[in-house]
Ligand binder design. Structure first.
Ligand SMILES: [Fe+2]
Ligand SMILES: [Fe+2]
Length: 134
């Protein structure tokens, strides 16, 4: 049984649309609290905020999937995203340089980490395509 499209065109569609937004907002708030707690050395608090944030993100995905976002054959979407992930590396490294020039050294360092992570997302997806012959 798939959740795909089950609420599209029903009385739940609008409610679930609101659900997506609320859960994305929750993800944003909890991930921000996570980073703050980590900065303050409160690792146990940070871990809980992180766990909640990931669940909120999954809730957003659930509502979106029920409303028919994306397609069950997800490979095509993943391929489009893969290219964006790869390209994001250079763009975010440029942003890191701009931050560094502005004197925001710590934020620049973190932006370089994010750039590497985005490129890695691209690599992970590419490896999946190879594994599944897509
Ligand atoms: Fe939630
Ligand atoms: Fe990414």
């Amino acid at each position: 049984m798939s959740f795909y499209n089950v609420t599209k065109g029903t009385k739940f569609e609008e409610i679930f649309k609101g659900g997506v937004e609320a859960e994305l907002y929750g993800t944003r708030v909890y991930m921000t609290l996570y980073l703050l707690a980590k900065e303050q050395g409160l690792e146990d608090v940070a871990a809980i905020f992180h766990e909640i944030a990931v669940q909120e993100a999954e809730h957003a995905g659930f509502y979106a999937l029920c409303n028919g976002e994306q397609k069950p054959d997800f490979w095509e979407v993943a391929k489009q995203i893969q290219q964006l992930e790869e390209q994001a590396g250079d763009r975010l490294d440029e942003r890191a340089t701009e931050l560094r020039t502005a004197g925001l050294t710590a934020a620049a360092d973190h932006m370089n980490i994010i750039a590497k992570q985005e490129v890695n997302h691209g690599k992970l997806l590419k490896a999946l395509f190879e594994k599944y012959g897509k």
